[in-house]
Design a binder for this molecule. Sequence first.
Ligand code: TRP
Ligand code: SF4
Length: 420
Amino acid sequence: MITPWEVEGIVDYRRLLEEFGITPFGEFLNSIPNPHRLMRRGVIFGHRDYWRIAEAMKKREEFAVMSGFMPSGAIHFGHKMTMDEIVWHQKNGAKAFVAIADMEAHLVRGLSYEKTKQIGMEYVKSIIALGLEEDALIYFQSKNDLVKDLAYELSAEVNLNEMRAIYGFTGDTPVSKAFVSLIQSADILQPQLKNFGGPKPVVVPVGADQDPHLRLTRDLASRINIFSFETIGNGLRVRSRKEEMLEKLKELGFEFKKFEGHVDIFGDPQEIEKSLRELEIDLGGFGFVPPSSTYHKFTTGLGGGKMSSSKPESYISLLDSPEIAVKKLRNALTGGRATAEEQKRLGGEPEKCVVFEFYAYHLIESDAELKKLEEDCRSGKMLCGSCKRYASELLAEFLKEHREKRDEAEGRIGEFNILY
Ligand code: TRP
Ligand code: SF4
């Protein structure tokens, strides 16, 4: 069972793809100029509508990246993954939005706003240290009126049965969970408000547990628009919440056929979509583009299972001292065998190894070097002791550097646009 609030059991990524219509990410590897290591290594395994983003990057059109972090506990390497993805998209032309989900941490986890502010600022320092540039918008949800007003507006577009179907809510689920879900939808749609230049493709990099929010948001986006549409073979089928508006579609100048309740427009779907959106904006609508998303695999906890800020023994924090971090890594679950003799004979199993995951997700940028390590592990040429020593060196080095960059970020925080 996967909802944004709990992930239980072993995650079958293939089933996620099939059941929810998430598309495998691999198809983009050849069309993106310098894919991120998490893309190259299949850690980002799925997406929705990423073609909108790939195309915007290629044509140098406006697009945005947005994701959010719940400031409820220590910032760890699972968060780093999302931060790296935001920074990568920003470097590739996206306007970046970073939400600190203090309303969620307050309402769902019961933290005081004082506490969420303190923890949230640690997240802010880390994402700046990881390379976020100044033209991003960083905001605490509770301080963002645009987001709160939009959430209020969106609440009219969804009923409790739908909430139940999407999130598994029951009769005694607190309404706050519905509330924070709508706030999150507003986070995701905010970059398309006219204050930020209007409709545009937006990519939301998240862990697969957040997909329910994206499904809801994509629905809400199309419902709150004046026009909603689906592709048909040779064009678009358009509906409208205000049926009289369908008349206006004649003005677009495409071939046009009116039916009871909808209109079919014939031509290049992307061109029609573009003029439809312009018309909607003229008519005072939102014209939201359905948000795109990418999904990365969960970060494995040090002892197996999911890494989670509610289980301190499961993670290494970005704020841990190198000494502590190295000690934790030394005790991590590996894919090694019971004895050295056996490992020399059979080789290790990197696919089951948390240390190898650290290499692949965070510590080693070069694909060639990673491949060499994998081979040396599999062949039994390298044993876990020396392998862990090498990983520890890289980890300690990263944490030391991160600490320095965080201090530097603290001094530069005034140059950033932060609502807090
Ligand atoms: N709910 C997310 C979490 O628990 C945090 C979040 C808030 C978020 N707003 C968002 C994620 C918008 C993606 C997009 O981690
Ligand atoms: Fe993991 Fe390294 Fe041991 Fe292989 S040798 S199982 S990668 S710790």
